[in-house]
Design a protein around this ligand. Sequence first.
Ligand SMILES: [Zn+2]
Length: 325
Amino acid sequence: VGPLYIGIDLGGSNISAALLTPAGKVLHFLKTETLAQQGYKRVVQRMIDLALQLQQEAKQDSRLVKAVGVGVPGVLAIKAGMVLYSPNLPGWKNIPLLKMLKVGLKKPVLMDNDANVAALGERIFGAGKGCDHVVVYTLGTGVGGGIIIDGNIFHGFKDGAGELGHTTILPDGPVCACGNRGCLEALVSGTAIARFGREILASGKITLMRDLCGNKPEALSAKTVFEAAKRKDPVALELVNQTGVYLGIAVANIINLLNPELIIISGGVSIAGETLLRIVRAEVKRRALKVLFQNVKIVKAELEDKAGVFGAAGIAIQAYPARSK
Ligand SMILES: [Zn+2]
């Protein structure tokens, strides 16, 4: 029997950890609250405790854990093993995370940005299986993603690459959380879709969205918009169409830039499914170079909220392959 790997997905609310075979079979899965307000040392200890528990499980099956991978939300210096800061983890400033984990686990530990790691998870074990050139867009509260080139995460000069949500789509569009105007995130994130939906309600338009949220604009979410669109509400369909067009513009640009073989759409907004993807494909077809469009697929993610732990194990598998010694 071959070696096993541990993937840890550190989130602002929860820490997930899984014990995986190199083929991506989950043998054990653990989850605990992050409780970031208790300070980083306690959080790191919780990560160590989960991993030790999984190592124990592996030992009982007489199997060895070869390496541990961690996905971290925030800005990292990957080679130095440092978390520079994290908007989701209050108080995390220049934390030597890798060193602390290595001391606690006495195993090789790898870390990467959570969005990158999730993208790699989809590439190795999900919708991107077998594809070496993949771009993953994650549309949730914000818009993130990851770029996979030649099978590996593309990091850029200072580990900052892959900020797909902050591509400018509309020069004078809505203000983004990053300060710029008209970023993809300010147009197609779940937050943005809900904001557009509320603006529509405020304009007094007749729409099923109003009934679905009980005429309470604050209760309207992106989900409300998709539900109304599913029931063929023309106003909601128009908003889904707008979302697909904006996303399509971004995707067309990245296709021309990188010539990927696969674009994966993940996150909460992807529940809009084929309705959204059809619009994205049509817009991409209009804008991308023909030869590049002909050779790319645009699909929905498969792993969803598990992509993080899978990808975290994935960076460990890539760095310490099962076959090598
Ligand atoms: Zn932005």
